[in-house]
Design a protein around this ligand. Structure first.
Ligand SMILES: NC(=O)c1ccc[n+]([C@@H]2O[C@H](COP(=O)([O-])OP(=O)(O)OC[C@H]3O[C@@H](n4cnc5c(N)ncnc54)[C@H](O)[C@@H]3O)[C@@H](O)[C@H]2O)c1
Length: 281
């Protein structure tokens, strides 16, 4: 069997990471809290690979063998033989801390534990384990199979050995690693989220319609997608969680989440994944 990569969480990011790792030849063990979420994850992978089959970029046999390399489980113990584990669970410090503590107990001491967190401190996640030198951030972008970047974040205690192995893994996954120090929101979300939040404020204040706001940013700034459509794509709950991390981390009111964003999250209108966000899907 090829080297094993564990993926925790089979949601938007987890299933994307699982797909990319299996496509690069790794055996993937993907863990979520119940079978329904796992089935949804596998079905998303199937659909995404099928698009490549339809475009003749992948054969049906290759697709089957990629999916065949992905084992799903609800048991954390199944991660026992993984050399890397990439965590992609809900953006919540308490949930992630529990996952890291459990992974620290279950996996061999040499296993590298990476988090795909968008904003939570890698240093804090590392401190929850007995191996902070082997804890690192691997921040993939959405959709994972398409986007080239992995923001690689070293915590205070992350060793150079861990960092080098993760750079190597990123190369093998066909992605480009760019470095960043551990700071709230890293670079990507510290720059992106205030823009999205400001777009929500312009909608909230009635400055323009959702179509105008997105159209202005697309046509005027050459962005491939408007900020409101992008927020729907990322998930409005994820956006809110990241803004809260920035707000708490810097103690600066400029990161205050727009009340309209909070209201959408309260309503369960989380964007594409729930069929409704700033747009309907
Ligand atoms: N959505 C994006 O655009 C994006 C981009 C980059 C990074 N991220 C980050 O990736 C992570 C996951 O985000 P997502 O958008 O995939 O969220 P999601 O809600 O689509 O998926 C999260 C999954 O984690 C599962 N989960 C929760 N607790 C778990 C546990 N203890 N063990 C196993 N599985 C568990 C949930 O059941 C769910 O299936 C977050 O940290 C987020 O900030 C998201």
């Amino acid at each position: 069997m090829s080297e094993i990569i564990g993926v925790i969480g089979s949601g938007t990011m987890g299933n994307g990471i699982g797909q990319v790792a299996a496509r690069a030849g790794y055996t993937v063990v993907m863990r979520d809290v119940n079978d329904e979420f796992l089935e949804r994850g596998i079905s998303a992978i199937d659909k995404s690979l099928q698009r490549d089959v339809d475009k003749e970029r992948l054969s049906t046999e290759e697709k089957q063998s990629i999916i065949g390399r992905i084992k799903t489980t609800t048991e954390l113990e199944a991660l026992r033989d993984a050399s890397f584990v990439i965590e992609a669970v809900t953006e919540n410090l308490a949930v992630k801390t529990e996952v890291f503590k459990a992974l620290d107990r279950i996996t061999p001491p040499a296993t590298i534990l990476a988090s795909n967190t968008s904003s939570i401190s890698i240093t804090r996640l590392g401190a929850a384990t007995s191996r902070p030198d082997k804890v690192i951030g691997m921040h993939f972008m959405n959709p994972v199979p398409v986007m080239k970047l992995v923001e690689v974040i070293r915590g205070m205690a992350t060793s150079s050995e861990t960092y080098n192995k993760v750079r190597e893994l990123t190369d093998k996954l066909g992605k480009t690693a760019l470095d960043c120090n551990d700071s709230p929101g890293f670079v990507s979300n510290r720059v992106l989220m205030p823009m999205i939040n400001e777009a929500v404020f312009t909608l909230y204040e009635g400055v323009a319609t959702r179509e105008s706001i997105d159209g202005i940013m697309k046509l005027g700034m050459n962005h491939p997608m408007g900020p409101l459509a992008l927020a729907d794509f990322i998930g409005l709950d994820v956006c809110l969680a990241i803004l809260n991390v920035l707000y708490d981390g810097f103690g600066d009111p400029k990161y205050r989440a727009c009340p309209l964003l909070k209201r959408y999250v309260d309503a369960g209108w989380l964007g594409r994944k729930t069929g409704r966000g700033f747009y309907e899907y």
